[in-house]
Design a protein around this ligand. Structure first.
Ligand code: SAH
Length: 352
């Protein structure tokens, strides 16, 4: 039975479900979920991410994290963690770029937080020489300095959407009409947690709330506060999110998020303000990816790599550099947020 059928049957029997429940089923249903059943990345897949575009992305992230480690006195036993590591490409590039940083590899235990069995298997192959450990939750992160990266992870977490009605809010709910899934509205209710959004919204505006993001930031930032470390969170989004940003991608094309759940990637823009509100350690300015990568020297790295390339590979390399950094491509849409301990230098590439 398809997931569409499972969900229409369930909604017909027990009533509409929240968008967050819908996203969670579509992405992580144990047998039909999008991430649980496949490797969605790359040209043959549904979408491409920065580490899959060029090795330079992971190399520069690796150097930023290793520099934070050096700045903090090169602690002897640390966790190098990634949330939602996809194919393991970013972690592999981080490890290659930091292999010559004296003592860094000897100090680190690699921890991957990954919900998808299919992608855990791909990561095991990519990182077979590095003995990673997989954890189900950030709560299980060891009590030691934490150097963490998350690229296009928070955009995959389920969100609730609320539509403003006077000074109350109606939750957008997924219901059924015949054999199709359809968006509807719940009753108008006060939402104390959205009080601050009455200032910047008007009648019928939609806001999004991601309930699982804040507890994760709370846990990660507490490790950094108590033991040291740094976190780099990279995603598309803005300081504050406004409007319906839900998007479904299949074979690199947008498609209807409510059709054939489990067969398309679902994402929303990340609300970076909400992430910082959950941080209990210092955080950096939310910085455009292009600016961050330029500050870390991507142009020099690109020129060095270009020296050995010709013809089509050279053209692809130049295009990849542009794609990662140009404001009209990923350079501006994607943002970077850093977390770091009180009294420490912010992660290289970012400002307090
Ligand atoms: N960071 C990778 C992959 C991004 S795709 C890259 O940049 O290429 C999103 C990743 O997050 C996938 O690995 C997906 O399986 C994982 N993921 C999504 N929701 C998750 C959750 N709730 N818990 C753990 N991992 C999750």
């Amino acid at each position: 039975m398809s997931l569409q059928r499972i969900l229409t049957d369930r909604i017909a029997a027990t009533g509409p479900i929240t968008l967050a429940d819908y996203m969670s089923e579509a992405l992580l249903h144990p047998t039909h979920g999008y991430y649980t059943t496949r490797d969605p990345l790359g040209v043959a897949g549904d979408f491409t991410t920065a580490p899959e575009i060029s090795q330079m992305f992971g190399e520069l992230i690796g150097l930023s994290l290793a520099q934070s480690w050096l700045d903090q006195g090169a602690p002897a036993a640390i966790t190098l963690a990634e949330l939602g590591p996809g194919r393991g490409t970013l972690m592999a590039d981080i490890l290659r770029a930091t292999a010559r940083v004296p003592g860094f590899h000897a100090a680190l235990q690699i921890v991957l937080i990954e919900a998808s069995p299919a992608l855990r298997a791909v990561q095991a192959t990519t990182l077979q020489d590095h003995a990673p450990r997989w954890l189900d939750s950030v709560h299980d992160l060891p009590d030691q300095p934490l150097y963490l990266v998350a690229n296009e992870f928070f955009d995959a977490l389920p969100v609730h959407q609320y539509q403003r009605d006077g000074d109350r809010w109606r939750e957008r709910m997924v219901g059924v009409e015949g054999d199709r899934l359809r968006m509807g509205l719940g009753p108008a209710m006060p939402q104390p947690a959205l009080a601050h959004r009455l200032e910047d919204t008007q009648q019928d505006d939609i806001v999004e709330v991601c309930p699982s993001a804040s507890p994760m930031i709370d846990t990660i930032s507490a490790r950094i506060r108590d033991h040291g470390g740094a976190a780099l969170i990279i995603d598309y989004g803005d300081w504050r999110s406004l409007g319906d940003t839900l998007q479904a991608l299949k074979a690199h094309q947008t498609t209807d998020p409510l059709t054939d759940p489990g067969t398309a990637d679902l994402t929303t823009h990340v609300d970076f303000e909400a992430l910082t509100q959950a941080a209990n350690c210092p955080f950096t300015r939310v910085t455009p990816q292009g600016v961050f990568l330029e500050r870390l020297g991507i142009t020099q790295r690109a020129q060095a790599l270009a020296e050995t390339l010709h013809d089509a590979p050279l053209e692809a390399h130049v295009a990849a550099h542009r794609r990662l950094t140009h404001p009209a491509e990923m350079g501006n849409l994607f943002k970077v947020l850093g977390l770091y301990p009180q009294g420490a230098t912010p992660p290289p590439g970012l400002e307090p």
